[in-house]
Design a protein around this ligand. Structure first.
Ligand SMILES: Nc1ncnc2c1ncn2[C@@H]1O[C@H](COP(=O)(O)OP(=O)(O)OP(=O)(O)O)[C@@H](O)[C@H]1O
Ligand SMILES: [Mg+2]
Length: 421
């Protein structure tokens, strides 16, 4: 076996070789080292030669830029390339000893059906950002894999505790005592961590987390406590698999997506901290319904890469962009995208929110990042929980992009009429 040194945060050390119990939960605040530790443990297990991992997220296309990249980065940083074959197109990492890490989205039903490691059976399923999943997703997944082998498997979950009403809380936290750091019984282990458990953070990282002023965000992402989501801005939305929705046109039943012809696209720029976010929607003006059909949500994209990715999604359609970056808009144009700057202007955020609240929003199931944003988009609360009439300026990249899309629909006259001026 090849020697390599891992620098594991102390709090996770007892978990490095912990084979039982069957269900192992790692949750807590932002930047607490959960994902890096589980990536380290995955590699250690694979090198041991007795494990095959299935790493899962709700939506396949969110995997590459997150958990897949983290594991690849770890391999590179520790000079383990000789030990591993990394297949970037199939998202499979194979160790020289034959053991594999397979990555799959729960929405990739075909791939899930046929998933088997090159040798042996899957021993571990790691569900990253598990709060994105539904209870039924996990049940189905376990059923399918149980059918393939009788061997017990570890089910590993990692996530931020975004809302106490979540099925994961109901299902696995029955014996959890708020304020504790861990829980163990024969079936389940739970470890809660926060940024204080991660010695690798910079002073600035820590300052950012400690200076959070919204109570909900402070509770969930700084302290790692189960959040209680109140004061939500949007409740007028639902998630649907639009590929399965049909409408009657004439005397024919057709896919609803084939009837979309009023596309509106918005783009929010970002690079390192903030991702760039593109949203593609169709507007059914008669029924005041916005269909969110596609999205792009990625960090570290230079403008030429961004333009290529945007083009793949919107083709030759217009896209309304954050006007704070005229240079980026000019660059997108030069590269062949019909990019326009949003007008924004005074009160445009309030107006935009007001207008969007009066629409119905249908989100295509693959737009997981937009769903993540809208389900947490809330009015700001101070430390005592008092609500302010201003939205939290966080996790709102696609939300901003959505406002840009509909700027031309939200005319000042409409807005003032609504505001009762
Ligand atoms: N063992 C480690 N060695 C080096 N750096 C680390 C280690 N663990 C964590 N870090 C650093 O801390 C950062 C945050 O860790 P990580 O992404 O694992 O947190 P997380 O708990 O998954 O956060 P989130 O809840 O936001 O997903 C990493 O990007 C990395 O820079
Ligand atoms: Mg993480």
């Amino acid at each position: 076996m090849m020697e390599f040194e891992l620098e594991v945060n102390k709090v996770y050390l007892p978990y490095l070789n912990m084979i039982t119990p069957r269900i192992q939960i790692f949750f807590g605040g932002s930047s607490s080292g959960k994902s890096i530790f589980l990536a380290q443990r995955t590699l250690t297990d694979i090198i041991l030669g007795t494990h095959n991992y299935l790493v899962v997220r709700k939506v396949a296309r969110t995997i590459r830029a997150s958990v897949f990249n983290e594991i690849v980065k770890l391999i590179n940083e520790h000079d383990l390339n000789k030990l591993f074959n990394i297949n970037k197109s199939d998202l499979v990492i194979t160790c020289r000893n034959g053991c594999q890490i397979l990555f799959v989205g729960l929405d990739d039903v075909e791939k899930l059906k046929s998933i088997t490691p090159a040798k042996g059976v899957i021993t571990d399923i790691w569900i990253e950002e598990s709060t994105e999943t539904f209870e039924d997703d996990i049940k189905q997944l376990q059923k399918r894999l149980r059918g393939l082998s009788k061997q017990p498997k570890r089910l590993i979950m990692s996530f931020n505790p975004i809302m106490k009403s979540h099925w994961i809380y109901t299902e696995y936290f029955k014996n959890w005592v708020d304020g504790s750091k861990e829980y163990h019984d024969d079936e389940i282990s739970i470890l809660k961590t926060t940024y204080k458990d991660n010695k690798f953070l910079t002073d600035e990282d820590i300052k950012n987390l400690e200076s959070e002023t919204d109570k909900y965000y402070y509770d969930v992402y700084t302290l790692g406590n189960w959040g209680v989501l109140g004061n939500l801005i949007f409740k007028n939305w639902e998630v649907k698999d639009l590929t399965k929705e049909t409408v009657i046109v004439g005397d024919k039943e057709v896919s609803i997506m084939n009837t979309f012809d009023n596309y509106k696209n918005g783009l929010d720029f970002g690079f390192s901290e903030d991702p760039a976010g593109l949203i593609r929607t169709h507007y059914d003006k008669k029924n005041k319904t916005i269909y969110v059909v596609d999205e792009l949500y990625e960090r570290e994209m230079t403008n030429d890469v961004l333009q290529r990715e945007v083009k793949k999604i919107i083709g030759d359609e217009y896209v309304v962009c954050d006007s704070a970056e005229p240079k980026s808009i000019a660059e997108l144009r030069r590269l062949g995208t019909r990019a326009l700057g949003a007008k924004k202007g005074k009160d445009s955020i309030d107006f935009g929110i007001d207008w969007l609240q009066r629409q119905k929003i249908v989100i295509h199931v693959k737009c997981q990042n937009f769903k993540n944003e809208i389900q947490q988009f809330k009015w700001k609360e101070d430390k005592d929980g008092n609500v302010m009439k201003v939205s939290v300026d966080k996790n709102n990249h696609l939300m901003d992009a959505l406002r840009y899309c509909y700027e031309d629909e939200m005319t000042y006259r409409q807005m003032t009429a609504v505001k009762g001026f």
